[in-house]
Write a protein of this length. Sequence first.
Length: 148
Amino acid sequence: MLMIPLKILPHGTGLDLPGYSTPESAGLDLRAAVETEIVLKPMARYAVPTGISLALPKGYEAEVRPRSGLAFNNGITVLNTPGTVDSDFRGELKVLLINLGEEEFTLNRGFRIAQLVVQRYETIAFRVVDTLSDTERSTGGYGSTGIL
C-alpha cells in the first residue's frame, strides 16, 4: 500500500479523511471543507476547498473526478474533469464544481464532492519521425469505428 503524506489545514479539522466507500473502490471521496453552506445556482461554478494538502511521490499523480450520484441526481460535476494534481504541488486540493442541473444545489460542510484517484505515470519524450506504423484504423478519426 502506498502511504502519502497528508496535511490537514485549519478549516479541514474535524472532517473525515479522504476514504474509500467500498473495499474495491478506485477513488477516495473528497469532502467539502466549507465553513457555511454554499448555494450553487444553475450554471454556477465554485472552487470548493477540501481542507487538505498532499505530498504525492515523484512518478505519481492524482485525478479529481466527479461523483456519479451527484452528477446523475443533481447535475453537479467537476468542471475540469479529470483535474490533475501533480506530485510537486503542495497547495490545498480544491474541487471546481459546476451545477449543470436546473435547480439550485446547496453544498454543506462535509459533503462528499468528488473522488481522488492516485496512479503512477510515465514521463515521455518525443522522437520525430517521417512516417508512423500503419494500423487497420490508420487515420480514421471521429466516428470511424461505427456505432455498433
